[in-house]
Ligand binder design. Sequence first.
Ligand code: SF4
Ligand code: SF4
Length: 463
Amino acid sequence: MNKFFHSVSLIEELCSGCINCIKRCPTQAIRVRHGKACITKEFCIDCGECVRTCQNHAKVINRDFIKCLNDFEYTVALPAPSLYSQFNNINNITDINAILTAILMLGFDDVYEVAAGAEVVTAATKDYVNDHKEQWPIVSTACPSVVRLIRVRFPNLIDHLLPLHPPVEIAAAAARKRAMEKTGLSSEKIGIIFISPCSSKVAYIKEPLGMEKSSIDRAIGITDIYPLILAHLQEASLSPLDLAIAGRVGIGWGRSSGEALALETDEYLSADGIENVVHVLEDLEDEKFGDLRFIELDACSGGCVGGVLTVENPFIAKTKLKKLKEALPKRHTEEHREMSYDDLYWKVDVVYEPVFQLGDNFIESVALMNQVNNIYEKFPKLDCGICGAPTCKALAEDIVKGNANENQCIHILKQQIHEISQDATTFANDSAINNTNTPDYIARLKKYINQIAMLDNDLNREE
Ligand code: SF4
Ligand code: SF4
């Protein structure tokens, strides 16, 4: 059932089985088995929380590096708005131009700001929200992890999703068109390379939403390209090229609430950080919100500036972006605003993926859920994580799915050892006064040996 491509994976040798990550995963996708973490692929939404949590650096994001420029004849960099907030003394368009010029000095042939795509999406969103009152509150689809979360856990909210491509996709399509017109090269010879703040968008380019194939060819992390840009920044600042095309509307998207504020309405809600996002979605499912038009949700704390592939403290980055925004015109140029609205809408439906459903149909799921509840009642409900599952309920589900057994619960194991020990003591006392050379004596002795061997086996299996 693995329908999604994932950017997050595990380096097994580095994992110590400490169970820290299993508690942080918003979809309970991680188990520790045989002393190593493993990700259930169909549950993972590539939010990057486990990458942040793991102190052993055992969780990694599979992304591209600068050498991918060699794969193409002509390359265009797509810097995310959050990139600008990683540098100090970034105050105006001239400073943005210096960053963009430094990117060209790394070997890119052109650069196209994702913020420019964000301005196009803002204009289209305004129209869509006004024209689709029946869908209010409309939920932003700019954060791929949030959309995946809704697809696997909140099927009732799918109808609220804004059916527009995210800014990076719009920028990629515009950048490719401009490159083809400029060079006369065919599309395959042009590489559109996104400079990404997060694991979620790295996964997105392989598994886009609302379309079969993304226009983005590669994704490099901000964290990898940042030191390379920094090395050229001083030189680039001496004579920056006039490359910037976006203004404050698009650049504001790099921080939480930026997308919603750009819509110029007070009837919005924005939340950031994956735990807050889950709470908002639960409340939205329970119809707890009143007359809201729009909901912006960002999986990362602070918005994209808090992405796991950024280098700056997200709170400092947020402040820098706010300051920069205030110094910019609403839009810098009109160049990118010619795109037809038809190009902006999803062409493929985004549907519910029932990965958490226990059975193949409703009746089977209810029967299996009853089994889960019966097993759960036996557990101490401490959610200690020692079994390798994040909660007692998750272990009960694993058992029903045939992926675990009750003895993985250390408390149940302790109880069993206690019972065998008591039984064996009584038996030993009886044997001292009775004849030990009988079939009954030998059978009971064998039973204890088997029980102890099974417990030993269960203990060793989970070490
Ligand atoms: S946090 Fe997770 S991946 Fe990292 S060492 Fe602990 S169990 Fe392994
Ligand atoms: S990336 Fe997020 S959803 Fe995936 S395993 Fe890590 S914490 Fe869980």
